[in-house]
Design a protein around this ligand. Structure first.
Ligand code: NDP
Ligand code: 2IT
Length: 450
């Protein structure tokens, strides 16, 4: 059956919006990918003839479940849980779990959709998925988090497995949560295999997994700059967030002799004009990873400026690393960054820049690294954790870090190969979208109608 040759992006997205009402983030993520893929598919009719785009934007399945649990005061709560299994064309479903009050189906579908292309770029055998809950771990005791994780896993367990779907962490899900989730899975299944990644080192976790997303984003930034004959040393960097991704982005920037002047959380931004010292970083890591504290406390201890309810983007910088959450950097923020002479924006978070912000970066010649390329280090080391679990071996820090570096270099190369503009600029967004797309689309063609 031949498909229309006059593919129309607006019509496609309108159809998607009709079929998936009230899912703004999902529509946004699909439009962003399709903007680059449509012209390519128009020239390669084998994809449109097999309805690849229609099939790729419909998840294999979405599992929705109730999570009932009891807090420390004996009150009963009913939260909602999801697992979006979007595509397992090139490997078992793979992607994080997010626990945050904002979680809904639209956000998880956008994240799972993005994950398909990100995982494809890594070159590893991983499909795309995401899951989570509208449960908010902030302010909850360890026992409450444990009971929630046990209840969540009891519902999720029938749908996952080491060769089926391998969840990991995302916002609100770190080592503590993965440990509780793993404990419950093992209890239910009476097996010990790598069904989750981001595990503790004592039971099958990988060295460097914790650091991988932040480190990977900095490796990617380094490659972008190297191609321009430049380097990270001495660059002034703004970072948003102060969670897993942000912390290790800051650490690698400091190791690269860059100057990090901000971090943030949902209360506001810390501004350190002279740049974070190692002492400040060590304290921040302890505050956020161990004590689950707030940035106001950090500002007080070091006597640095805390800008309440404010984001880092008005602070002058050479490089910006949004590492908090989706749509945290809008057109106004982008204009402020451009006005202050930003050279590159590297996404540690998933879809942190709005489409209007990205468009401004493109027109002003600012290097822009989309999350699906720049933050792929996390899921890459998850893939390496799966390999180590299958081999029943643990690789050294050096071994995993060197594999991570190689994977990030390869992703950078793919973006350059697919993203060359006639002007000589590299459109990393198009490069990432097309390179990610081609691998999955060709596998779909080869596998027939599924
Ligand atoms: P964490 O939960 O560890 O940290 C999230 C950080 O973002 C916290 O500092 C949080 O502050 C802040 N934040 C959340 N919402 C807002 C908001 N509306 N405004 C300002 N700050 C906010 O999550 P991660 O570091 O793991 O994830 C961050 C981003 O990176 C997400 O987009 C995630 O999808 C993406 N990512 C994560 C990977 C991973 O391996 N963990 C891999 C690839 C991408 P507060 O404590 O106040 O909520
Ligand atoms: O967005 C992401 O890539 C992640 N949250 C990590 C997923 C994973 O399976 O490690």
């Amino acid at each position: 059956m031949s498909r229309p040759h006059h593919l129309d992006l607006d019509r496609f997205v309108r159809g998607l919006a009709r079929r998936n009402p009230a899912q703004a983030e999902f529509h946004q993520a699909v439009r962003e990918v399709m903007h680059d893929v449509f012209p390519f598919v128009r020239e390669n009719l084998r994809y449109s003839e097999q309805a690849i785009l229609e099939r790729m934007t419909e998840p294999d399945r979405v599992v929705i479940f109730r999570v009932t649990w009891e807090d420390d005061r004996g009150r009963v709560h009913a939260h909602r849980g999801w697992r979006v299994q979007f595509s397992n064309t090139i490997g078992p479903y793979k992607g994080g779990l997010r626990f945050h009050r904002s979680v809904n189906q639209s956000i998880l579908k956008f994240l799972a959709f993005e994950q398909i292309f990100k995982n494809s770029l890594t070159g590893l055998p991983m499909g795309g998925a995401k899951g989570g809950s509208n449960f908010d771990p902030h302010g909850r005791s360890d026992r409450e988090v444990m009971r929630f994780c046990q209840a969540f896993m009891t519902q999720l367990a029938p749908y996952i497995g080491e060769d089926t779907d391998v969840p990991a962490g995302d916002m609100g899900v770190g080592s503590r949560e993965i440990s509780y989730l793993f404990g419950q899975w093992r209890r239910l299944e009476n097996r010990f295999v790598g069904v989750l990644t981001g595990k503790d080192l004592s039971f099958g976790g990988s060295l460097i997994r914790k650091e991988a997303t932040g480190y990977g984003a900095v490796y990617f930034a380094e490659d972008m700059l190297t191609l321009r004959g430049d380097s990270l040393a001495g660059k002034t960097c703004t970072v948003s967030g102060s969670g897993n991704v942000a912390l290790y982005c800051v650490e690698k920037l400091l190791q690269s002799e860059a100057r990090v002047v901000t971090v943030s959380d949902s209360d506001g931004t810390i501004y350190v004009p002279q740049g974070f010292t190692w002492e400040m970083f060590d304290h921040l890591k302890d505050l956020k990873e161990k004590r689950r504290g707030r940035l106001g406390e950090f500002a007080e201890k070091f006597g640095v400026e805390f800008r309440g309810q404010s984001r880092p983007w008005s602070v002058p910088c050479d490089l910006a690393f949004p590492c908090a959450t989706q749509n945290e950097l809008n057109a106004e923020d982008a204009a402020a960054l451009v006005g202050n002479g930003v050279q590159a924006v590297v996404e540690g978070a998933n879809m942190p820049c709005t489409p209007e912000a990205v468009e401004l970066f493109r027109t002003k010649g600012v290097l822009y690294a989309p999350g699906k390329a720049a933050n792929a280090g996390g899921v890459s080391v998850s893939g390496l954790e799966q390999s180590q679990n299958s081999l029943r071996l643990s690789w050294s820090r050096e071994e995993v870090d060197s594999r991570l570096r190689t994977i990030m270099h390869e992703i950078h190369k793919k973006c350059v190969a697919y993203g060359q503009d006639p002007s000589g600029m590299i459109n990393y967004q198009r490069g990432a979208n097309l390179a990610g797309f081609v691998r999955v689309a060709d596998a779909m063609l080869a596998q027939g109608l599924v």
